[in-house]
Write a protein that binds this ligand. Structure first.
Ligand SMILES: *Cc1c(COP(=O)(O)O)cnc(C)c1O
Length: 364
């Protein structure tokens, strides 16, 4: 069989979730498992966290139903609420919680009679300018929702644009708006994403919403003592399937982007953009060959990529290659570092892992 596999360490997932909880002992932490748990497999991740997470968050009804049909009974919040009014019967049937970010959603709720009141997180646009009510309309919408028998457990929700940044000015501006509303409405808050969970204790509310940190990625521009405790959950692992020596000056791969600066040993690895490995990876992108660093050499192909192992004499056909995660010898290559070489973020690499790559779970 093709040797490429995404090993998912569910013990590491639980470790990272507990770290999120320990960062914010006064808050409850929703485990964000949208987008198939950032590529890790939503059902497996939900099962692994079901005994400790009080709620899960997903992007849409379809993702919630997948979890319910797998037997997950934990509360699930839809981070963008409903996309159409006709979803409400299913929201009611599956016992989901709703974000409400637009007036039409309020109207749809009013026109619907649920079997039990629906927990609602009112989304305020405090500066992200994506979803949510403007701060000057939020109070009146809050009062409308609070008076509706269809609505339960009302919370104020918002999202930060720059919680990861070292410069905290814009974050502070968003926080000031939210603190004003929280005081005026005596509203319990749900604000913090991963970076705010890790680095902005003033944003911790009744609930936090950590996502990417659960999977071991460091979301902060400047790592801190907490982010260094995160453990990688996904290890993208493959093997060398061919090796060759080429003369100095010879090109490797499509377009000959890499040209050997000396006599070089080139390893061919079974992993490519057809699996989700980013084709934007530049020459020099790190990989671990038998637990030691080596460099991508040449453009990534659909099913293969090429690595310069001139300085890795132990490299042989069948050697372990880790594209990110933890090698058998314990060496770690963070998905954040790989993302940096692809001019992107860990989120796109993780969520971009295609179904073609088998997931193999370890841990409970
Ligand atoms: C995805 C998402 C989160 C989690 O963000 P991370 O940066 O992955 O922690 C939190 N809140 C909302 C509204 C989201 O869409």
């Amino acid at each position: 069989m093709r040797p490429l596999v995404a090993d998912i360490d569910l013990d590491a997932l639980r470790h990272n979730y507990r770290l999120a909880c320990a960062c914010a002992p006064q808050s409850q932490s929703v485990a964000v498992i949208k987008a198939n748990a950032y590529g890790h497999g939503a059902v497996a991740c939900a099962r692994a966290l079901a005994s400790e997470a009080p709620a899960f968050a997903v992007a849409c009804l379809e993702e919630a139903i997948t979890l319910r049909e797998a037997g997950i009974q934990t509360p699930i919040v839809l981070l963008e609420g409903i996309f159409a009014a006709d979803e409400l019967p299913l929201v009611d049937q599956y016992g989901l919680w709703l974000a409400v970010h637009s007036r039409w959603q309020v109207q749809a709720l009013k026109a619907f009679t649920p079997s039990a009141p629906i927990p609602v997180w009112l989304k305020v646009d405090s500066g992200m300018h994506r979803l949510g009510f403007a701060p000057d309309e939020a109070a009146s919408v809050w009062r409308t929702l609070a008076a509706m028998p269809e609505v339960d457990a009302l919370h104020l929700m918002s999202h930060f644009a720059t919680a990861d940044a070292t410069d905290s000015r814009y974050f502070a501006q968003q926080m000031a708006i939210l603190n004003g509303l929280a005081t005026e409405l005596d509203a319990p808050l749900c604000l913090a994403n991963s970076p705010a969970t890790l680095a902005r204790p003033e944003a911790h509310g009744a609930w936090n919403r950590p996502g990417v940190m659960l999977y071991g990625s460091d979301p902060l521009e400047t790592p801190n003592a907490l982010t260094r405790q995160l453990k990688p959950v996904m290890t993208l692992r493959s093997e060398i399937i061919a090796l060759r020596e080429i003369a100095a000056g010879e090109p490797v791969g499509y377009g000959g982007r890499f040209r050997a600066p000396r006599r070089s040993r080139i390893a061919v690895v079974a992993a490519g953009y057809g699996d989700g490995y980013d084709r934007h990876a530049i020459d020099g992108t790190p990989v671990l060959v038998a637990g030691r660093r080596a460099s991508l050499a040449g453009k990534v192909s659909m099913d293969m990529l090429t690595v310069d192992v001139t300085d890795n004499p132990e490299a042989a056909i069948g050697s372990e290659v880790v594209l990110w995660g933890r090698a058998q010898n314990g060496a770690v290559l963070s998905v954040d570092e790989v993302a940096h070489h692809c001019d992107t973020i860990s989120y796109t690499l993780l969520t971009g892992m295609l179904p073609r790559v088998p997931r193999r779970y370890s841990g409970r």
